[in-house]
Design a binder for this molecule. Structure first.
Ligand code: SF4
Length: 488
């Protein structure tokens, strides 16, 4: 029987390839290797499969190679990300030089953007583009002599000295999504839920997808433009609730289910149906999700009634001109309304902002700072704008000469934190990073943050909120101290 080894390869400890802005996380954040876990579930239906998360387990290359030799796989499915691409390719080469018979397929966003470059490496035999669970199952089928490589959609591969690009694969349908095994079962079987931490979620949590793809056109946003596409497809409500029920019964230590969908609240009717059926089933586990400005108060209230605890929302900027330029499709007036409604409904808000988007100046940074202080999110996240290859933002920055480097391997500093690789005539890369750090420090270290913390503690799950805030604060202080130590 074909054996498949699914690998989140070693890099900087706690590096998150499944994060939107891939780095080591300023607040101790560590994402599950979500997409690899879904692929593991699909592969396991037919093949003996082992999932290894090296950044979470602190494994180095030597440990991975020893483990690969012990498991003796026929196929390795290996994840990649833009900031770790050189490292990921070299991990594949080292494995291959130790285990020359194994075939290695690289997955993840770079696989769709740079297939030719990746296949120059002796370590990689095949790349799988975009959404890849079915693709890797079919590749395993080739080793099992059930298929031929030339029949498999959505891959590029080496054939002698030639690189072959097969035709594209269609994205999954809602029916397909309902057939994919629950990712929580994979976490339970292969990983330790206590290894993963989201600064905004109760600990421990599990991250699941209830839908994939996002139809909005935000120019900076990587996932729809490099992995999951713009076509929105969703699991059925009963399938999602079955998984939540499974988590509640079988992972009693888990305090929260996080819906990692790009925009869970896109279809209001679906959200309302889910909250209604959640109540009818008498579920009690808390949940959180990514939401979008524009969600109405009534839906928020129903979500809160069905144990939704927190919304993560991309506010992005305090400047309407920037929001328009990035095609976000929201205004700061709508942001204000959203923030008011969420507070009234009793939901916590994790507000995300980005510094360094097209049109950013010292004045727009100030506007963003003012908006943050006005709407006071419970959890504030501020990121450096990173133009990832494949996005409209990247093409814009490159064609205007604003990229300091077009090598995504240079996106992180030595500690694995985001650095700015974009510089404008009016705003340098150093000023962008400084603004991010100052905005975070100014918010979290201000006396005005005390009532915001208290609001989080004096509510359901207060003790767990307190533990989360304590852990988050500790990690954040460590991050700020390391920045002050002059790593940039
Ligand atoms: S709405 Fe959110 S997920 Fe969708 S493209 Fe915009 S930023 Fe990305």
């Amino acid at each position: 029987m074909t054996k498949v080894y699914v690998l989140n390869p070693p890099y900087i400890p706690h590096f998150g390839r499944a994060m939107r802005w891939q780095d080591t996380g300023r607040a101790g954040t560590l994402y599950y290797p979500i997409w690899l876990s879904y692929a593991t579930g699909v592969l396991e239906q037919e093949y003996e499969t082992r999932l290894v998360d090296a950044p979470a387990w602190g494994w180095d290359r030597k440990q991975v190679i020893e483990d690969v030799k012990k498991f003796e796989p026929d196929l390795i499915v290996m994840d990649s990300s833009f900031p770790s691409l050189n490292n990921d390719i070299s991990v594949a080469e080292e494995i291959k030089s130790n285990c020359p018979d194994v075939r290695i397929v690289l997955v993840g966003p770079p696989a769709s953007q740079f297939p030719d470059r990746i296949l120059q490496s002796n370590g990689i035999d095949i790349v799988a583009h975009w959404e890849y669970e079915s693709t890797v199952r079919e590749i395993a089928g080739v080793l099992d002599e059930k298929r031929e490589l030339e029949e498999i959609k959505g891959i590029s591969y080496k054939d002698g000295g030639r690189i072959v690009h097969n035709s594209s694969r269609e994205f999954t349908t809602p029916e397909d999504l309902d057939k994919i095994p629950f990712v929580s079962k994979i976490y339970k079987r292969h990983l330790n839920v206590r290894d993963y931490f989201l600064g905004n979620s109760l600990y421990p949590e599990v991250q699941i997808f209830t839908g994939r793809g996002c139809p909005f056109q935000c120019t900076f946003c990587s996932w729809p433009q490099t992995l999951m596409g713009r076509e929105y497809r969703v699991r059925s409500t009963s399938n999602i609730l079955d998984e939540m029920e499974w988590v509640q019964r079988n992972l009693p230590q888990v305090k929260e289910v996080f819906f990692e969908d790009d925009t869970f609240t896109l279809d209001k009717r679906r959200v309302n149906s889910l909250t209604k059926q959640y109540m009818e089933r008498g579920l009690s586990i808390a949940w959180a999700c990514n939401a979008r400005v524009g969600l109405d108060y009534d839906t928020m209230r129903r979500m809160k009634g069905a144990n939704c605890r927190l919304l993560i929302v991309g506010y992005e900027s305090g400047s309407n001109a920037i929001l328009k330029g990035i095609k976000k499709g929201i205004t700061i007036e709508e942001t204000r309304q959203f923030a008011q409604n969420a507070t009234k409904a009793g939901l916590l808000i994790n507000g995300d902002f980005i510094i360094g988007l097209p049109g950013e100046t010292k004045e727009t940074i100030e506007q963003t700072r003012r908006l943050i202080n006005e709407i006071k999110p419970d959890i504030l996240q501020v990121s450096v704008a990173s133009p990832f290859p494949g996005t409209e933002f990247y093409e814009w920055a490159r064609s205007n000469g604003y990229l300091i480097t077009d090598d995504p391997n240079e996106y992180l500093d030595e500690q694995g934190h985001q650095k700015a690789i974009i510089s404008y005539p009016e705003l340098s890369a150093e000023e962008i990073v400084k603004a991010v750090d100052e905005m975070l420090k100014g918010y979290y270290f201000s006396p005005e943050f005390v009532p915001i913390v208290l609001r989080q503690i004096f509510r359901r799950h207060g003790w767990h909120e307190l533990k989360r805030i304590w852990r988050l604060s500790w990690q954040f202080i460590k991050y700020i101290s390391s920045r002050n130590g002059g790593t940039q």
